[in-house]
Design a protein around this ligand. Structure first.
Ligand code: CNA
Length: 296
């Protein structure tokens, strides 16, 4: 047989084969895409989990629709619901989870290209992911800005007011509300988000954790890695890229787990903390992980 008549069959990766690949150095440019599911274990509810998610527990805020709590138009008129929630979620009250420490392990082992998180809870920073390795794609609570005069503040500057259920007001212009720099519906994404345009084409592994992928454009980034790049989903349910209204964009392909010719996608369905502890072990990083926990 001539070489050209031979077909080379490449098999789809698995959770286990990917861990083995990390262990033997086959993946060196790993990109993480993360969402609210990775912080649930630290006590912060996600958006869309059926019983525990924030969207099902917003009755007390009397909102016209759940997303209003993060809608910039609504906020300017009625900031109180957001600040009531902000009081609950404010940084300082929560600790990083094993998944956050896993990001740090990737960084320490020089195989992390970048962490793209949708979370605003700053737990990636707390776990020691360095600023140049981290893209907080929907901003974070770390800083805040006056909506009137754009004066900038640190999250500690407004913490006292938020904790006393007082709307923080600007010291300089005396009238503007100080809004944490998290991206609301109706606002542009942080500049750093656009790093994906050069990052994603260079990735050799994409790991997606704890996200429904329903916020766009973030969810659509799973399509931006090369066709040969392996993709691993670690989540408690299978997810598709669609927007919050359930509309599936026909241009988006999504994961290919169940397709015959899948050569790139793997999944681990279940609790992401449990899965990641297993993964850390398979990567051969258990000792390093324990050391990290002792230091933190
Ligand atoms: P989402 O739409 O609520 O999806 C979360 C996903 O995680 C769902 O598929 C869940 O089934 C899954 N999940 C929940 N718990 C676990 C678990 N223990 N193990 C595995 N999977 C789990 O949230 P997304 O992040 O996809 O949506 C993006 C929004 C959510 C962003 O704009 C965030 O700012 C926003 N958000 C952030 C936080 C935070 O910073 N911690 C909290 C709540 C919402």
């Amino acid at each position: 047989k001539s070489i050209s008549s031979l077909t080379i069959k490449s098999k789809a990766p698995t959770f286990k084969s990917i861990a083995k690949g990390i262990r033997n150095g086959s993946y060196r440019k790993i990109i993480i895409m993360a969402g609210a599911g990775i912080s649930v274990a630290s006590g912060i509810p996600d958006f869309r989990s059926p019983k525990t998610g924030l969207y099902n527990n917003l009755k007390k805020y009397n909102l016209p629709y759940p997303e209003a709590i993060f809608d910039i138009q609504y906020f300017v008129e009625k900031p109180q619901p957001f600040f009531t929630l902000a009081k609950e979620l404010y940084p300082g009250n929560f600790e990083p989870t094993p998944v956050h420490h896993f990001f740090r392990l990737l960084q320490d082992n020089n195989v992390l290209k970048r962490v793209y998180t949708q979370n605003i809870d700053t737990l990636e920073r707390r776990a020691g992911v360095l600023p140049h390795k981290l893209v907080e794609s929907h901003g974070s609570f770390a800083n805040a800005t006056c909506v009137n005069c754009s004066e900038e503040y640190d999250c500690e500057d407004i913490k006292k007011d938020v904790m006393k259920s007082k709307i923080p007001r600007c010291k300089y212009c005396k009238e503007g509300i100080i809004k944490p720099n998290i991206t609301f519906f109706g606002e542009g994404l942080p500049e750093k988000f656009w790093w994906y345009e050069s990052d994603f084409p260079k990735a050799d592994l994409l790991i997606v954790l704890g996200t429904s992928l329903s916020v766009l454009p973030f969810g659509s980034l799973i399509e931006k890695v090369p066709k040969t790049c392996h993709r691993l989903l670690i989540n408690n349910v299978e997810v598709a890229v669609n927007n919050s209204l359930g509309y599936k964009d026909p241009k988006l392909q999504g994961f290919k787990f169940n397709e015959k010719n899948n050569t790139r996608d793997a999944k681990k369905i279940g609790d992401c903390q449990k899965s990641i502890l297993e993964f850390i072990q398979m990567c051969g990083w258990e000792k390093q992980y324990k050391k990290l926990l002792k230091k933190s």
